[in-house]
Design a protein around this ligand. Structure first.
Ligand SMILES: Nc1ncnc2c1ncn2[C@@H]1O[C@H](COP(=O)(O)OP(=O)(O)OP(=O)(O)O)[C@@H](O)[C@H]1O
Ligand SMILES: [Mg+2]
Length: 243
């Protein structure tokens, strides 16, 4: 039996100040699935995401395609799992956009024209090719978010994890990003407060609240469950109709 793309078992985590953010999360994502992670502010979504490539290490078990996430496997895990962080400032640290987007693939051994082509493709995908020689520090919030996404796309990871990818994006960039993601055919975990985006991109969603998964099912069914949404502070935008 092939192991799933992602397996999280009984994951619990308390931050160093003692705040317990996860209380036993179980999640299994098959290869090629796109799953949205929904839940209110402070639910533990980002904390969960940060365990998927070993930025944080809690109690329990996290496996990527059968490989346990632990110190000895971190390099391989990070090749397989690309995370676009909630805050792009955590992702961008080089003097130019091009150098930031080159950093990951160069680190994985790509050089010369292969590297340049990979970087160009990633910047094209997010519509930032014209800004390659600018400083990420001088970009707008939405532009920084797009470059942060390009840094991960350029690494061509097996599993793409996106923490709030549509936040700060103009509607057109949000739609273009959806097209890029739909075109990728990649195992994807997407944290979002943007419920229509979850519906458009992810056939399956999980709802996390107070550090546990409280619902897991087809996105359309979860979003049609008004009681579930209300219990977990989830709201569809004004005027949005599920039909
Ligand atoms: N560095 C930290 N130290 C202590 N507690 C933290 C830290 N980071 C987050 N927390 C707490 O852990 C809980 C989960 O936070 P987390 O960032 O995972 O939430 P989230 O679901 O991603 O929320 P949001 O929708 O606002 O991004 C929250 O109660 C938060 O206050
Ligand atoms: Mg978060």
């Amino acid at each position: 039996m092939t192991p799933p793309a992602l397996l999280v078992e009984r994951l619990a985590y308390a931050y160093p100040d003692g705040h317990q953010a996860l209380f036993g999360v179980n999640l299994r994502v098959e290869h090629g699935e796109r799953v949205a992670v929904l839940g209110p502010n402070g639910a533990g979504k980002t904390t969960l995401v940060l365990h998927l490539n070993g930025v944080l290490t809690g109690q329990g078990n996290v496996e990527v395609a059968g490989l346990p996430v632990e110190k000895a496997t971190l390099k391989e895990v990070r090749r397989r799992v690309g995370i676009v962080f909630q805050d792009p400032d955590d992702q961008l640290f080089m003097p130019t956009v091009r150098e930031d987007v080159s950093f990951g693939p160069a680190n994985f051994g790509l050089r010369g024209t292969d590297l340049a082509a990979r970087v160009k493709r990633a910047l094209d995908d997010v519509g930032m090719a014209d800004h390659a020689d600018r400083s990420p520090m001088h970009l707008s919030g939405g532009q920084r978010r797009r470059v942060a996404l390009a840094t991960v796309l350029a690494c061509d990871p097996d599993i793409l994890v996106l923490d709030e990818p549509s936040a700060n994006l103009e509607p057109r960039a949000r739609r273009e990003l959806a097209e890029v993601l739909l075109g990728l055919d990649r195992t994807t975990l997407m944290v979002t407060h943007d419920l229509p985006y979850a519906l458009q991109l992810c056939p399956r969603s999980v709802v996390i609240d107070d550090g546990v998964i409280v619902a897991d099912g087809p996105t359309r069914e979860l979003l049609a469950d008004a009681d579930l949404l209300a219990r977990h502070r989830l709201e569809l935008p004004f005027g949005f109709r599920l039909d």
